[in-house]
Design a protein around this ligand. Structure first.
Ligand code: GLP
Length: 246
């Protein structure tokens, strides 16, 4: 999953060195980020003109908090590649206000929109922090996290009471405007949300299902996450008979 997705991201950057990348946090993209670091070190994959926008950030944590998404991104990727700090954008969760959400949206537009958006998926089918019932047309805004998401994220904190209950997140509408989307998922715990997202009805109850309306989304999953997909054999068949026709 990580290797395949790194090939796609690297091709995108080589084709357009000024690529606007949408980035995700969580355990899922870690392998992809490691592959990109390897390509940067071994083949000189150049991030110097790449612009990045992160999907989301916890509200209430200072930027340099060990569990903030800001810290996560610098620790796992930005400090290991040659992306310029001025080209990195992460929603500000430390002093949240609605005007900043609108500014974030405007900034994405000023840079010409997101070329390639990386996504993981939450166990309740959310993308970014668009929890069930998020409008499929939503924009960057404040979301209250579900109890399930708070519990899922508790593994990163000393105590569940320290897990933030709010986040600032790109909306489903924001994400859907990306020219290309790459959704990654691995492991048993993602089998249910992945099946809902790919083969279930399009519904705000699973914000990832919005990708069914997107003209250019690639989903990369491992066997465990794919285990409940009804059309699994067909997807494998498509992969084996891959064409270069775009
Ligand atoms: C959080 C993030 C999502 C991420 C999800 C899954 O909710 N906001 O962007 O996709 O976690 O995380 P993991 O990859 O660790 O399962």
């Amino acid at each position: 999953m990580s290797h395949e997705s790194a090939i796609i991201v690297a091709d995108q950057i080589r084709t357009n060195p000024k690529t606007v990348l949408g980035l995700a946090t969580g355990s899922t993209p870690l392998g992809l980020y490691n592959e990109l670091i390897k390509l940067h070190n071994s083949e000189g994959l150049d991030f110097s003109n790449v612009i990045s926008f992160n999907l989301d950030e916890y509200v209430g944590l200072p930027k340099n908090h060990p569990q903030s998404y800001n810290t996560f991104m610098f620790k796992t990727l930005f400090s290991k590649i040659n992306i310029k700090q001025k080209n990195v954008h992460i929603p500000n969760g430390s002093s949240f206000n609605l005007k900043e959400c609108d500014k974030y949206e405007s900034l994405i537009k000023i840079y010409g929109g997101i070329d390639l958006q990386i996504l993981g998926i939450g166990s309740d089918g959310h993308i970014a922090f668009n929890e069930p019932s998020s409008s499929l047309g939503s924009r960057t805004r404040l979301k209250t996290l579900t109890e399930k998401t708070v519990n899922d994220n508790a593994r990163f904190f000393d105590n569940i009471s320290n897990v933030p209950k709010y986040a600032v997140t790109m909306g489903v509408g924001t994400i859907m405007e990306a020219r290309k989307i790459l959704l990654l998922a691995s492991g048993d715990s993602k089998a249910k949300p992945i099946t809902k997202a790919i083969e279930g009805p399009i519904s705000s109850m699973c914000s990832a299902s919005a990708i069914q309306m997107h003209p250019k989304t690639i989903v990369i999953v491992d066997e465990a996450a794919a285990k409940n997909l009804k059309e699994k054999d067909y997807y494998k068949w498509v992969y084996r008979n891959k064409t270069n026709i775009n």
